[in-house]
Design a protein around this ligand. Structure first.
Ligand SMILES: Cc1cc2nc3c(=O)[nH]c(=O)nc-3n(C[C@H](O)[C@H](O)[C@H](O)COP(=O)(O)O)c2cc1C
Length: 266
């Protein structure tokens, strides 16, 4: 790679910081790098070299105008493209979807990195030393990404697994939101479904099947806040044996309480 132009959107500065660092690291490798505010497909045609796209993760995807920008890109004709996103925890398989879209437009994926940064969504501010440590690790990861991009070793869609004790499925367990990529991005034994099924009849059976099939940890425990017409059948003992999963149900008065062991070493 001799030149690169990075198109960046940042809501609160994390992605801007990450993009600046990436541009600096690429420059140090002799790659002439410019960067632009994301949103002008015309600027993509005007600027030479590999195309970089940088943006924050939002709602296990990204903002609609980022997708619009990708959709309006000119044909790639084999032009290299790389992606940098910043996030707090998990992007729900967004990189796979983005890679497919860029490939369909004729771009050649060179690599993608998801950089963990302090959350701009958290209700409680992180202490300054926590911020410094997360940002320090992020900058090191960006330098490594620049090294890999230049050496041609970067992966087009890294599979970062988030390790947690329990994971609440988005949108009450809708099959449109609980994708294979999302389940594979999370490493946990307990999957929480919070709905009584009124209005949309969630959770969808397809969503639950994806959790049972694609969870990295097996067997999974499906935890429902209340029993309902739409989740009751998963308590079937024959299914549990055949498909290898467990269930727990709360009740309509108290919901459900889950106790997790505390590791004092952490
Ligand atoms: C509305 C909103 C939704 C978010 N959704 C996610 C998410 O689904 N997953 C995640 O890991 N981080 C999420 N975040 C955290 C941001 O992705 C993260 O803090 C990012 O670094 C912010 O970048 P920026 O400062 O460039 O806007 C969200 C933040 C906001 C404001």
């Amino acid at each position: 790679m001799k030149a690169a132009c990075i198109h960046c959107f940042s809501g609160t500065g994390n992605t801007l910081l990450a993009t600046r660092r990436l541009a600096q690291a690429l420059n140090e490798h002799g790659v002439a790098t410019t960067w632009w505010r994301l949103g002008s497909p015309a600027a993509v045609e005007a600027s030479p070299g590999a195309l970089g796209i940088a943006f924050p993760v939002a709602c296990q995807s990204t903002y609609p105008f980022v997708w619009d920008f990708v959709a309006s890109l000119p044909p790639g004709h084999g032009r290299g493209v790389f992606v940098l996103d910043t996030l707090h925890m998990v992007s729900g398989g967004l990189l796979d979807a983005l890679r497919r879209q860029l490939e369909a437009k004729g771009y050649r994926p060179l690599g993608a990195a998801e950089i963990r940064m302090p959350s701009n969504l958290a209700l409680r501010a992180m202490p300054p030393e926590g911020v410094a440590s997360v940002v320090g690790r992020a900058m090191a990861a960006i330098d490594a990404f620049a090294d890999d991009l230049v050496a041609g070793l970067a992966k087009a869609a890294p599979q970062q697994q988030m390790e947690v004790d329990a994971f609440k499925l988005p949108h009450h367990g809708s099959m449109n939101n609980v994708t294979k990529a999302l389940v594979e991005a999370v490493n946990c034994p307990c999957w929480l479904f919070s709905t009584d099924g009124t209005q949309f009849r969630h959770p969808d059976a397809v969503a639950i099947a994806r959790v049972i099939c694609y969870s990295a940890q097996q067997p999974v425990t499906l935890i429902f806040n209340v029993p309902s017409t739409f989740n009751r059948w998963w308590s079937n003992p024959g299914w549990k044996t055949m498909y290898g999963y467990e269930t727990e149900y709360g009740n309509h008065t108290d919901g459900i309480t889950i106790d997790f062991p505390i590791n004092d070493d952490q």
